[in-house]
Design a protein around this ligand. Structure first.
Ligand SMILES: *Cc1c(COP(=O)(O)O)cnc(C)c1O
Length: 379
C-alpha cells in the first residue's frame, strides 16, 4: 500500500458490529467477560481500548513499523522511552531540541541517575566521543526545533547499531509524509501527535512506533504499568487527522517554500532557517532523507532584539501568536520567551535561539494572505 492510501486505510478494519466506516469511540472502562478470563481481547481500558488500538495500528502503518503505542501527550511518550533505562545509563541527545523534552531529561530523569550529553549532531561523528559502556540511547530530533538543523538518521543509526544502543527519533516536525526514520534504521519513532498528525489544534496526544517485538513488549508493559494513556475520543480525533495528513503536508510544504523565499527577499530579515534552501548547511541530507521540506521556518531580523520580534508578532493578523505548531492555521512564536523559555539563556545563545528569532508554523491558508500578513508586520 502506498503512503497516501495508508493514511486512510492503514491498519483499519470496518467496525464488525455495524460496518461503521470510522471506528466508534469506545467510551468504556471495562468489558464484559463470559467466564473469568474469557473476553474478546479487551479487559480494561488502561491496558487496551478498541479506539486506541485502531489509532495504534494506523500509526504503525504510516511509519512503516510493526507496533504503535499511543499516550496522553508527546511528553508522556518520551517519558515511556526513558523508563526503558536504569540509573547509570547515559543518553546522547541533540542539543537543539524541544524545550519540554530538555526539561523532562534534565529536571526529572537526571535526578533518577540518568546522564545526558547534549551534542550538536549536524556532523553525527561528533557523538562518538560521548559513547561509552553506559550509553543506552541516542535521542534525535530532525529537523531540529527551532533552528531547522538536519541530522543524518541513517548515519546515526549506523553508529547506534555498531555500539548496540537504541536510536529514537522525534519525528514530530517531519511526519512520516516527509521522512520515515524506521526505514533509515531508527529503533523508535516518537510523535507529538498534538501537532501535524492531529493537524487541527484540538487534541494533545503522543505516540511511539517500533518494529521489533521485544522492544514493543517492553514499551507496552511501561504504557500499561505507568498508565499515561489517552482517552478514546482523543484517539478518534488523531485518527481523523491522519486521514488527511498527506494532503495537508503537501500544502504545508508548498506554502512553506513560498514563505521562506519571501522572507529571504525581505531586507529587514537577517537569517532564514529552512532546510529547503540550497545553502542550508545540511540541505544535501534533507534532500536525501526527506520527501519535502515542510512548513516550519525560523527567522531573525537585522535589528536583533527581543523588541523587534515582539513588534512583528503583535502586528501579525493571519498568523496567530501561540505555542504549538502543525495545525491547519498558521502560527508564530517567539522561542526565547515561549517554547524555549525553560532552556537557560547561555544554552539558547549557543544553539542560535537569539532574542529576535521568530518561529513560524506555516498553515494551509492561501499563501498570498500569509505573505501579505508578514509584509505588513515586518515592513
Ligand atoms: C510539542 C512537541 C513535543 C511534546 O509533545 P506534547 O504533545 O506537547 O507533550 C515533543 N517534541 C516536539 C518536537 C514537539 O513539537
Amino acid at each position: 500500500m502506498k503512503f497516501n492510501t495508508k493514511t486512510i486505510h492503514g491498519g483499519q478494519q470496518l467496525d464488525p458490529a455495524y460496518g461503521a466506516v470510522m471506528p466508534p469511540i469506545y467510551q468504556t472502562t471495562t468489558y464484559a467477560q463470559s467466564s473469568p478470563g474469557q473476553h474478546q481481547g479487551f479487559e480494561y481500558s488502561r491496558s487496551h481500548n478498541p479506539t486506541r488500538s485502531a489509532l495504534e495500528n494506523a500509526l504503525a502503518s504510516i511509519e512503516n513499523g510493526s507496533y504503535g503505542l499511543a499516550f496522553g501527550s508527546g511528553l508522556a511518550a518520551i517519558d515511556a522511552v526513558m523508563k526503558l533505562l536504569k540509573p547509570g545509563d547515559e543518553v546522547i541527545s541533540t542539543n537543539d531540541l524541544y524545550g519540554g523534552t530538555y526539561r523532562l531529561f534534565t529536571r526529572i530523569f537526571e535526578d533518577f541517575g540518568i546522564k545526558f550529553h547534549f551534542v550538536g549532531m549536524e556532523n553525527v561523528h561528533q557523538i562518538e566521543q560521548f559513547i561509552n559502556d553506559n550509553t543506552a540511547l541516542i535521542w534525535a530530533e530532525t529537523p531540529t526545533n527551532p533552528m531547522m538543523n538536519i541530522i543524518d538518521i541513517q548515519a546515526l543509526s549506523k553508529i547506534a547499531k555498531k555500539n548496540k544502543v537504541w536510536l529514537a527519533v522525534d519525528n514530530t516536525f517531519a511526519t512520516p509524509y516527509l521522512q520515515q526514520p524506521l526505514d533509515l534504521g531508527a529503533d523508535i519513532v516518537m510523535h507529538s501527535a498534538t501537532k501535524y498528525l492531529g493537524g487541527h489544534s484540538d487534541v494533545v496526544l503522543g505516540a511511539l512506533v517500533v518494529k521489533e517485538k521485544s522492544l514493543a513488549d517492553r514499551l507496552y508493559f511501561i504504557q500499561n504499568a505507568s498508565g499515561a494513556i489517552c482517552g478514546p475520543q482523543d484517539c478518534f480525533l488523531v485518527l481523523r487527522g491522519i486521514k488527511t495528513l498527506h494532503v495537508r503536508m503537501q500544502r504545508h510544504c508548498e506554502n512553506g517554500e513560498a514563505v521562506a523565499n519571501y522572507l529571504k527577499s525581505n531586507a529587514k530579515v537577517a537569517k532564514v532557517y529552512w532546510p529547503g534552501f540550497i545553502d542550508h548547511p545540511n540541505h544535501h541530507i534533507a534532500k536525501e532523507q526527506m520527501n519535502g521540506y515542510g512548513g516550519m521556518i525560523s527567522f531573525s531580523t537585522k535589528q536583533d532584539t527581543s523588541a523587534s520580534a515582539v513588534s512583528i508578532l503583535e502586528k501579525l493578523k493571519v498568523f496567530t501568536l501561540a505555542e504549538s505548531l502543525g495545525g491547519v492555521e498558521s502560527l508564530a512564536g517567539h522561542p526565547a520567551t515561549m517554547t524555549h523559555a525553560s532552556i537557560p539563556y547561555e544554552e539558547r545563545q549557543k544553539i542560535g535561539v537569539t532574542d529576535s528569532l521568530i518561529r513560524l508554523s506555516v498553515g494551509i491558508e492561501d499563501v498570498t494572505d500569509l505573505i501579505e500578513d508578514l509584509k505588513n508586520a515586518i515592513g
